[in-house]
Structure formats: C-alpha cells, structure tokens
Design a protein around this ligand. Structure first.
Ligand code: 0R9
Length: 636
C-alpha cells in the first residue's frame, strides 16, 4: 500500500454529483450538525490515508469565523496529472466525480475512509465554494469549485517554499445546511485527539479564533498510541495494577493494536475502532479480542495453578467487569453493519484478531505478566461470586402470582392468616424450642413465626453468594417475600413488622446482633423504614406474696423488691416460659415492649459501624450491643 505509485488508472468513474445535492442525507446521514461535521471528517480522512501510507506527518484543521474550514496536510500532494479517461487533471476528477478517490478500487486506499466513505467530491458538491491547493514538483497548483462545478480551472506557479502537500478549504452551502453552519470546536478537537492516538506519531493541529479575535492553536501528537489513550481514559479511576498491557502486530492483512487495564469497579469500557472509525456496537474484532482474552487467561491460570480443582473455567462475562480496553484494527475492506453502522461485520476478522491477541497475551502471562494475571484472575473470580449471588437473589424471590398463595415459603414458617402487611408481624425466633412456644402462644391471625436454628451466619465475614446460599438467610428472605439487592421490592414485603426475638442472655444478644447486621447489609431499606424490631422478653419473674410481676431490667427488680422479701425467678431463655407466658410477656401487643431498630446515622455510617464492630475485636462488639440497646427507640 505504501509503495503504491499513483498513475491515474486506479480511479474508477462512477456517477455525477447532482444526485448528492438532490439527496444529501443519503451521503452524509443528515443536513444537521452531524452531517455538517461529516464534511470535515471526509477531508481529514483523506489526509489520514496519506499518513497511513507513510507520506504525511502533519495535518491541520482551521475553523474560520466565516464558516470556512481549511484542512492542510504535508503528504505527496493530490495528483494533478491528466486523468487517462477523463482527460482533465486527476485532482479535478477526485473533486467532481462521485466515488473517485481510489478507495473503491484496489489500489492505494485500503485503510481509513469515513463512516460513509463518500469522499471529497461529496464535500465539494455540498459546499458553496471549495478551493484546492496542491504543492508538488516545486510548483503550487490551485483550483476553485462552486457547488461542485469547476469555477476556476487548475493553474500553477513556481512554489515559493519547498515541500509537498494538499490544502482543501471549503464553505458549506447554506442552501443545503439550512439549520446553520456552526462547527463545534470541542467535537473537532475530540476527533483529532482520537486520531492522534490511533495513528501514533501523526501530528494534528486545530486552529480556532476566540472571542477576542485571536488565533488559538492546539496540537495533538502521541507516540504511544492507544496505550496513551487507555491511560487518558483511566484518569480519575482506580486501576487494579500499575501500567497498561499493550501490544500491536499483524495477523494476515489485518493490523491489530490493543491496550487494556483493569479498574476497581464493575463496568466494562470497550473502545473499539476499525480503520480509525469508532465501532460503538463492537463486532467481529471485539468478539475476537474477548475470545482470546478468555482463552489466554484460563490457560495461563491453569498453568500457574490459580484455579482450584473443580473451580471450572472463568467465563468471558466474568472477565468483562472492570476491563478498560482500546482495540484498534485496520483491515482492507471493512463491512459496517447495524443501525448506525457502528458494528464490524467481517467474519474473518474474529479469527485474525483472536490469534494475535492470544499469542501476545499467552507470552506475556508466561513471562513478565504473572502478577497481572493473578490480579485479573482474582477480579474475575470475585465477579463470578457476585454473579452467582445475584442468581441466588433471583431464586429467593417467589414468583408473583404463581400457583398457591404459600408457594415457595420456607417449611419452618408458621404463617399468619392475615395477608395484610400493615397488620401482619413476623417473629424471627432463636431456637426450635422457643419457636415451638411462640407458635403455640401467638395470635395466629396476624403473627407468623420463623424459628432459626442456632447462630446465624456472620454476614460481615462472608461473601454475598455465601450469605445467600445460607439456609437460614434464605428462609428469612423467602418469608419476607421482598427479595434482596437488585431484586428488592418493598411492595412485596409480607409483614409490616419484623421482630427479632432472642434470649435475654449474652448468646441471645449475639444472635440479635448478627440478625441486625444481616438486615443492615442485605435489607437496609427495611431498617431505615423502621420495620425491624427487637422483642424484649422479661429478665425476672418476682413475687411478693400474691403480687407477682414480670420485670424487664435490674432496675425494675431493685425497685420492686425494695427492702422486702421476694421470691425471684431469673428467665434466661425464651424456652423457659410457657406459651401463655411468652404471649403475655413478649408477644401480646397490649403489654409487650418492642425496641424499634433505627438507623439515625446515614446508611454509610451504619455500614462503617458494623464494619468495626463485627470484626474480630470482642470489646467493640460488646460495646455495640450495649450502645445499640441504649440508642433504640421504644415502641409498644
Ligand atoms: C487536505 C486534504 N487532503 C487530501 O484530500 C489529500 C488527498 C491526497 C491524495 C494523495 C496525497 N495526498 C492527499 N491529500 C495521493 C498522492 C499520490 C497517490 N495517492 C494519493 C501520488 O502522489 O502518487 N490522494 C487522494 C486520492 C488520490 N490521491 C488519488 F489517488 F485518488 F488520486
């Protein structure tokens, strides 16, 4: 391609320009701002082609206040010799004959080309005036066109300065661009910067005139190509490792460059380009990259024993979270598909990209990239755990209106008769025996009982998928009916009050703490809405003669006993009470005391408190239990 020597014969003459002015939308998409900017991209693309062919190192774009755009390159200069068929200067053919640019032949232009690839003649057809200047062979050629027609024939004079190149200055036609001719310098700047990354070493200058009438110039040039682009895109993010994995190479007639990092979040950022054109919808090149990344990571992870036996392969989807990648491919005849033509369709490209990416990455992981491989595998495994947790969360949501009313409820739940969340209460009870008493003592019209066996999982120390796989947690979530995480839907909550009922001893306090932690972490909205309560069973039963009372604190006991003689019975476990006693002291809304669990602090702070207190330190945990009891609001 770079060795191609133009002789005029590769130009194919296709059709005239009248059609372009008749239906501009067909050629540039629309005649609004998008189509207007398209004119610049078409002309710049021709200069970029010359750069890709190895002859051009500098391109400049000047936006003038009068709406004129001047694009200059330092390439070989557009050919000016007579065209063999048309017998007019070749540059005139390029400017006046649709599709006469060589891009649709099999010669010099195999790379680049605008999204529509329509060429300079379309810009000429849609411009009120277009001036062309060519510097080559020690002469300066010029030619002028009006609305696509030759206005001033090609003429030349000896050049005052050495060098070669092409300048195109065009004034978009107000008859075509009826909504106005205003270029957005930011948009042009963004595209020039993008090109500077995609063609390393090429210098692109944007020249604008500011409000004070001064000329402002900015030059974009980057030797490190898409590696530098990736680093720029990673600004204000937290990468998981230093540096960027970046490689370039050829696979058949396809040139491939890729650069990536992993970031500390859950988003995939894939920026892909084909012949410098952004492919927002991806396509076969992106598919090839993903397949190779997945294969290279899995094989290297197995070799390095980073995957435990039976753990199975890392899925491609698990490698996407946190990935920031720039992929740029250049190929001879790109086929763009999709609504916005932003998707590459060439089937053969998948294999070409995949082979190159796999080879480069396998070598990298086996050599200096071992540390990075470990970080990528860790990230993918944590993504996998989160994915499995999300799947479990879905499974815990009972399907709406599916079959029987009780379908999917845990077997251990003794449900209430009422289906009105406003009056229904769920008692989560520690231990099967206390659960049995509560079932017998309750008012089944509105009180449901869910007994829990032993201590429940400490959610602070387990991953989300483990938490949701825990049978007791699963039972609570299923009984509540409102789901968790992204599946949370408070309108499906089956009980207006959720009461944690545990023994009045240290173990009971611990279980209560674990359950509250679970609600903070998994169902924070229920806590913030004040739906979670702690039951308060009595500590003592004291009798002075015939005066028998339930006492809920040591203070109450002291007050009651006074100086007299009393028989005092200490209740430690709920199971020590008869069902009637449990109803009377702890469950009957007429005389019970419930402590509402509230988050007065913001949710983040609450999380922080839990982080500190559910750690391994015993003291703070004990403090938490006391502090919590002291802060709790009273509610009867
Ligand atoms: C400012 C915008 N620049 C251009 O439009 C531009 C087109 C162009 C070009 C060649 C060199 N520079 C260019 N700038 C070129 C020269 C030669 C061979 N191929 C390309 C040569 O000197 O041999 N051309 C764009 C199309 C064609 N040339 C042609 F080949 F179709 F004529």
């Amino acid at each position: 391609m770079s060795g191609f020597n133009y002789d005029g014969s590769s130009i194919r003459v296709l059709e005239g320009l009248a059609a372009v002015r008749m239906r501009p939308g067909m050629y540039i998409g629309d005649t609004g701002p998008r189509g207007l900017h398209h004119l610049i991209w078409e002309i710049v693309d021709n200069s970029v082609d010359e750069a890709l062919a190895g002859y051009c190192t500098e391109i400049s774009v000047a936006l003038a206040p009068d709406g004129g755009v001047t694009v200059t390159d330092d390439g070989r200069g557009m050919p000016v010799d007579p065209h063999p068929q048309k017998r007019v200067p070749t540059c005139q053919v390029i400017m006046t004959v649709l599709h006469a640019g060589g891009k649709f032949g099999d010669g010099a232009y195999t790379v680049s080309g605008g999204l529509h690839g329509v060429g300079a003649s379309v810009v000429n057809a849609l411009s009120e005036k277009l001036e062309l200047f060519v510097r080559r062979d020690g002469r300066e050629y010029s030619m002028t066109f009006m609305r696509g027609d030759v206005f001033k024939e090609l003429s030349s004079k000896p050049a005052k300065t050495p060098g070669t190149g092409t300048t195109v200055r065009f004034y978009p036609d107000p008859l075509i661009f009826k909504t106005g001719i205003v270029f957005d310098p930011k948009l042009v700047e963004r595209r020039l910067r993008e090109i500077s990354y995609l063609v390393p070493g090429l210098s692109l200058t944007l020249e604008t005139v500011n409000a004070e009438g001064e000329t402002v110039r900015e030059t974009f040039m980057n030797k490190d190509g898409i590696e530098a682009m990736t680093n720029r895109l990673a600004k204000n993010t937290t990468p998981l490792f230093e540096g960027t994995v970046a490689f370039t190479g050829n696979s058949g007639d396809t040139e491939v460059a890729f650069a990536f990092k992993y970031l500390d979040d859950y988003t995939e950022r894939m920026y892909s380009f084909v012949n410098l054109i952004p492919t927002a919808e991806g396509g076969t090149h992106v598919a090839g990259f993903r397949a190779a990344l997945t294969r290279a990571v899995n094989e290297a992870a197995k070799t390095e024993k980073l995957l435990k036996a039976g753990e199975g392969n890392i899925l491609g989807d698990d490698l996407r979270e946190g990935l920031l990648c720039v992929l740029s491919v250049k190929l001879p005849n790109p086929q763009f598909e999709g609504q916005t033509k932003g998707k590459l369709g060439n089937g053969e490209t998948t294999g070409a990209v995949s082979t190159l990416v796999y080879d480069k990455l396998s070598y990298f992981f086996a050599n200096e990239g071992g540390g990075i491989l470990r970080i990528i595998v860790d990230k993918a495994l944590s993504t996998r755990r989160a994915r499995e947790a999300a799947k479990r969360a879905k499974e815990l949501v009972r399907s709406k209106g599916s079959g029987a009313r009780d379908a999917g409820l845990p077997g251990k739940l003794a449900d209430c008769i009422s289906r009105k969340p406003a009056e229904a209460e769920l008692f989560i009870v520690e231990g099967d025996s206390a659960g049995g008493s509560a079932k017998q003592g309750r008012d089944r019209k509105f009180q449901a009982i869910l007994p829990l066996r032993g201590k429940i999982l400490n959610v602070e120390k387990a991953s989300l998928d483990k938490i949701l796989a825990n049978a007791e947690v699963g039972n609570i979530v299923k009984a509540l009916g409102c789901g968790v995480g992204s599946e949370f839907d408070v309108s499906r909550l089956r009980y207006g009050k959720i009461v944690v009922m545990t023994d009045a001893d240290v173990d009971g306090a611990h279980i209560r703490t674990l359950l509250l932690t679970l609600f903070y972490r998994l169902l924070p909205q229920l806590v913030s809405e004040g739906r979670v309560y702690a039951a308060q069973p009595p500590l003592y039963r004291a009798a002075k003669g015939k005066d028998v009372r339930w006492l809920y604190s040591d203070g109450e006991l002291r007050e009651f006993v006074g100086r007299g003689k009393a028989s005092v019975q200490r209740y430690k476990g709920l199971g020590e009470m008869s069902p009637e006693q449990l109803w009377e002291t702890t469950m009957n809304p007429e005389n019970r005391t419930l402590r509402r669990i509230g988050v007065t602090e913001c949710a983040a702070e609450a999380g922080e408190i839990i982080d500190i207190l559910m750690g391994d330190a015993v003291g703070p945990r004990r403090d938490f239990i006391f502090a919590h009891a002291a802060e709790a609001e009273m509610d009867v």
